[in-house]
Design a protein around this ligand. Sequence first.
Ligand code: XUL
Length: 524
Amino acid sequence: MPLYLGIDASTQSLTAIVIEIDGDTRRVVFNQSLNYDRDLPEYGTTGGVIHGAEGEVQAPPAMWAEALDGVLSRLAQCADLDIDNLRAISGSAQQHGSVYLNQRAAAVLRSLDSTASLAPQLATIFSRPRSPVWLDASTGQQCREIENALGGADRVAALTGSPACERFTGPQIRRFAIEQPDAYADTARVHLVSSYLASLLAGKDAPIDPGDGSGMNLMNLRDSTWSQEALDATAPGLAARLPPIRPSWEIVGTLAPYWQKRYALPAAPIVAWTGDNPSSLIGTGIIRDRVAAVSLGTSDTVFALTTTPAASSSHVFRSPTGNFMNLVCFRNGSLAREWVRMEYGLDWNAVASLLEAEPGNDGWLMLPWLEVESTPRIAHAGLRRFGFDRVDAARNIRGLIEGQMMAIANHAAAVSGTIDRVIATGGASVNRAILQVMANVFGVDVYRLDVENSAALGAALRAYHADRLAAGEPISWKTVVSGFTDPQPGHRVSPNPKHVAIYEDLRRDYAILEHLHKDRKPIC
Ligand code: XUL
């Protein structure tokens, strides 16, 4: 039976999912992850990243290559799979992060030695050994410069889909070009994490797709081309350093001889990679109006498909379907939840009991800004507690998680006018008590999916879609996702009307507090 491989390189881990599709028979036959901190400790990451001075957050691109090598080696060892039936491969990666390759890279990628492992062979190809990632908040000055050059934040948003954002690739490239001009001069190619990993698979330079390209402050959102004026406002000679933008469903190459020989994998077509959020849009089956997805991962995001970009959304990306997607991103996601759990020495069952014990936290609120936040943009990190202190475990746990859910629900209004169903995905979506808070806060049914990593599933489904298109047998997105993303009644979490009423009031108070405190220093 035909097999399709989807890979997702997220902030903390790399996952590969293989799906089998034959008519109505559709199932996941392989699903494995490799965690950077645990499985590749020699890179010294915490949560998959390395924190530096002045808000810098980076990761070694060699580590992502080693993770890709490791996961494909596990795939090749999986005796249950008839891997010769692998028809196509696609992938996704954390958005915005950039990889800087020098002149030598193209020749090295073309002639990888299949008898040796991948990462050491890449040692000489980086003009910048560490990649800035989406958690990096060091480019405030560059954002202002880009906005000034292009006529203000609204103009940048109208042109590229987002105002200049610290984590976006353009401001990151500008900082690098200004602060390390020699290393920038030595850079022949600037890739996104997604197009870098696609290049490793294809053994040649892969393009950027419009979904991930719209997270750069460099692409004209209307026609998915590089915007020369945005490029000029960012760094000299940038056009020559960027790969072309190609449609998300384009076949960009064939699995390189390195992978074929080393792991006895077939010469499968590689479909353009995209960002993790655009890929999740497919992997959550978001193909109709009034449905929003909430992804609870290292970042929390809420997004929805749209045919026309919404001016109110903080970000508009192209979607891998060719339409648009509105998205809001919260920097304080799973790491903040993990922190509060550990702070009070609890396991997740105990956290769940506390959440269930008193929905609404008896009216006590917290602004959950453990780290600097991107929605809303805040200047000073630190939790803001109102009416309680750090001693009370129950109030802190509920304050943080309910605060996160209220922020997501309030800001979701900007991505989709009416929401009558939420699809929850990401690691924390397995926690039913958190989904119950989400259902009560949104006041609508929340569905969890069978596959927790919707970005990797979305990549496998995109591989399937592109393969059929290339074969001259195009299929609708509805057919593509069917059987993998259908909401299951057993996975539905319905709101409790009594608790919905409590949160309706609290959400208003939360919005007022958020507005009052976003520019202030924390008080406790
Ligand atoms: C979206 C964003 C994050 C990353 C990491 O704008 O910054 O969601 O894609 O997953």
